[in-house]
Design a protein around this ligand. Structure first.
Ligand SMILES: N[C@@H](CCC(=O)N[C@@H](CS)C(=O)NCC(=O)O)C(=O)O
Length: 232
């Protein structure tokens, strides 16, 4: 008899948001058999292929045993933290204060991630077809807003080194910030966080952990992603 996986997770392995969840599963040490991972890919027209049964919407997307869906990476991470509370180290905080601080940091990383996406949608050649109105002004504006959020995070954590909460183990903001920085540094060739020593120190610390190696990016997309729109 074939055993059914209890949880189903749709991802694009190299996408910055699905990377959050895949990194989490690796670092947390969730056994492979506890979660079925379904790989999707972008199509040339910006859609997704790989599983015709995937419900509409972005990835990552998590489906529970009863068919319920969790559709946002932060919701998924929060759910997995409760579901796998018995595995690995706690990553969501062990007191009201820690949980609030971790949430604060994740919100700030989400702000930085949204601005980074807007920035790249104006700056990288990979978005020229999807965004025919690429603009130097908009690129610079969103890059500045991204850096403001990242600098705030660096300031909040200036009295710690390594992981953002300063402890022995990574927590959720480490996972989401690293997924963002690694994706944009490696896939887009961007220098995100390079001028901020606190974040550079964080990035080096995370890079030393097992399971944080960069994923394989589709080569034909990576070379276009690294090209900047001429007039920028
Ligand atoms: N806020 C969402 C963002 C997810 C997202 O934008 N995922 C990208 C892949 S990295 C995607 O699925 N894009 C295609 C779409 O939105 O249909 C989250 O945190 O999960």
């Amino acid at each position: 008899m074939q055993l059914q996986s209890p949880l189903k997770l749709w991802v694009i392995r190299w996408g910055p948001y699905p990377r959050r969840v895949l990194l989490y599963l690796k670092i947390k040490g969730v056994p492979n058999e506890d979660i079925e991972i379904v790989n999707m890919e972008f199509t040339a027209t910006g859609g997704m292929s790989g599983d015709p049964d995937k419900p509409a919407g972005s990835v990552p997307m998590l489906q529970l045993e009863d068919g319920s869906l969790i559709r946002q990476s932060m919701g998924i991470l929060q759910y997995l933290e409760e579901r796998f509370a018995h595995i690995g180290s706690n990553m969501s905080g062990t007191s009201a204060l820690e949980r609030a601080q971790i949430r604060d940091m994740c919100s700030l990383v989400d702000e930085a991630a949204a601005q980074t996406h807007v920035y790249m949608s104006h700056a990288s050649k990979i978005f020229t077809r999807l965004n025919p109105h690429q603009s130097k002004v908009e690129a610079e504006r969103s890059e500045a807003l991204r850096d403001k959020a990242l600098r705030t995070l660096a300031d909040w954590t200036s009295d710690t080194r390594g992981f953002l909460m300063g402890g022995e183990n990574p927590t959720l903001p480490d996972i989401v910030l690293f997924a963002l920085m690694q994706s944009y540094r490696v896939f887009y060739g961007d220098d995100i966080g390079k001028s901020m020593p606190r974040l550079e120190d964080f990035y080096n610390k995370m890079s030393g952990l097992d399971g944080t190696e960069a994923p394989e990016y589709p080569a034909h997309m990576e070379s276009i992603a690294k090209q900047r729109v001429v007039e920028l």
